[in-house]
Design a protein around this ligand. Sequence first.
Ligand code: PEP
Ligand code: MG
Length: 764
Amino acid sequence: MLDELRQIVTEVSKSADLRAALDLIARRVQSALDASVCSVYVLSDESAPEAGDHVLVLQATEGLNKAMIGHVSLALEEGLVGQVARRAELINLEDASRHSAFKFVTDIGEEPYHGFMGVPIIHRGEVLGVLVVQARERRRFSEDQESFVVTLATQLASALRHARASGELMRTGNEPGEFDSAFSARGLPGSPGVVFGTAVVVADGYSLELVESREVDDIDHELAVLDSAIEAVRQEFEQLKIDFARASGSEEENLLFDAFIRMLSGGSLVEGIEQHIRAGNCAPAALRDAIAEHAAVFEQMSDAYLRERAQDIRDLGNRILQKLHAESAGPCEWPEQIVLVGADLSASHLAEVPTERLVGIVSSTGSGSSHLAILARALGVPAAMGVSDLPMTRLRNKEVVVDGYRGLVVVRPRGSLREEFMRLAREEAELTEELAALRDEPALTSDGVRVAMHVNIGLLSDMAPSLTVGAEGIGLYRTEVPFQIRKQFPGEDEQAHIYREALETFAGKPVVLRTLDVGGDKPLSYFPIREDNPFLGWRGIRLVLDHPEIFLTQLRAMLKAAAGLNNLHILLPMISAVDELDQSLAYIAQAVDEVSDEIGDLQAPKVGAMIEVPSAVYQADALASRCDFLSIGTNDLTQYLLAIDRNNERVASRYDALHPAVLTAIRDVCAAGARHDCQVAVCGELAGDPMGAVLLLGMGINSLSMSAGSLPRIKWVIRCFSYTEARELLERAMQCERPREIRALLTQALEDRGLGGLIRAGRY
Ligand code: PEP
Ligand code: MG
């Protein structure tokens, strides 16, 4: 049964559209369970105005009256099917007609059936529909059959969600007027703002499972496209072989490259793909099918090693797919207003786009605290993150609207919806203009408390926007970013040159250079780290303490860069134990001695520890007593306190820096700082969040560092509150047990002061 299951899921993912997918499910499940009927009911989605109006619509059946497809709809309160969806629970009955919830539906042809099993189709907590199997006789489906359908339903859920999204998008591709509702998908807020733009799709995350079938007429063209994609991949492997030989790569890797090169130089794989093309399929779908056939051969082998090679074949297929995709994209002409769309987008993808045209970012992965979202906020560009339901390849060159407040992406909006988004985008632009006028004003509360407004930067190019928004210093320079965009560790002079530019630009103002914070989700291509649990692994300070040569080079570069300027602050990331801080301080002292010997007397820099793991919160007194300042990294602190991966969109709705536990931790760190006369700053994204900034102000934090795009917004917030009001709000927030209660409290406080435009689309 397992094979059958796998086969059905594969076939569903190949279906041309939602209708075909549902028909296939009904047909295959009916036959696999030897049932009389299999039907799929799909919950009508956002098109229903209120959640209460949701209905289950019969969308496919094998065994019942097909003429009723699309015409039978059941309210959630109705019948056994409604009960399965409402309770999100399986029902398996020998005789459905005897159950109290049974409802007879006319014209559907259900009269003769008794045995009934209904299984909810659930995707990430959302019921999408119900899969129903029925038997003519009185029969309870077996436990094995229950497991089969439950497993199938879990696997179908995401395919169904994706197919539904693709289907809707295809409809919007029709002539205007034929369908007046736009396709939209919801992810997570990434960076605030509302913009219109043209989708430019980066295909790195495009994989064979996402390929859709498409019939083609020009077979020769498809064959030619395939040929050049294969040749490009073959050359890549030839080059990789040479590179690996130079780096004395393993024998196994070499053999693998040879095997791939052979496969790409003709033979059954290439012939298989060509055959599928000659049968009329497009090159990507032909590739998908041929790879699936080849992988299946390996999967059936008894030898475990050979079985694992199936994955290598799929990886090879995905590599060819990327090339095919690049071929079909043709030469790139950048649209005027670019919305960059992709999976696993990174700083290097952004670097390829003309920055002045980049107006929005949509990522199918990640969350608001991923580094990509942080980058978007630095650029002041709206971003939607974790929008996993987007059929990305179909978005290319389409007009999209990004609402970064809600993480919403709307494709080709029409009519009144379009006008509404136009209004919101206009108001957003006005707001940005108004905020620009605050550039030279201080962040001063109405009762005279002054907050220092610093920026977080990663590249020297971030400095221009920092100056435009009137930053009063750099509160966090993520020095790993210049390391990440290079091909090898930058040397002492190269680093000193980079740091000098930041220190000089902000001469007379504090510049906080954080030491290398790689590991976790910040890899260095030339220093690969393979770990099962990278976020709990060799990260930040742990790595550089194990590599003093890297650490000392960086410290010396920082000290040399600061000569004569005396505005250097060194910040140590991921400190989780006092020993780590002591060792770091010793290395800093050593570097100060060395550099003093070289260039003469040197003023010792101020040194701070980041508070971003729970142990540092509990040892804040010990850390504060050894440091000049503490800087709270709320992004990681939230991740580690709540045990929620900051980049995982599946759990992103649970990741909340306004969680009472996080706020309590920050308040305790502030108290420890005060006890030791050690300044406490916040450089995590909470500082750039209007709600967070009010609470941090209430805690007495008077140094905030954030993305340049957030700075004017937070300045406005601080100028609209008094310190006393912020303290009162904090007191009330600390009484709450749930993040959502805290959000409600602060939403009201911001709306009351006319600041609602900072937390939602639209000015008023
Ligand atoms: C943080 O964790 O809050 C922080 C500022 O560091 P990063 O986001 O670079 O991990
Ligand atoms: Mg961090």
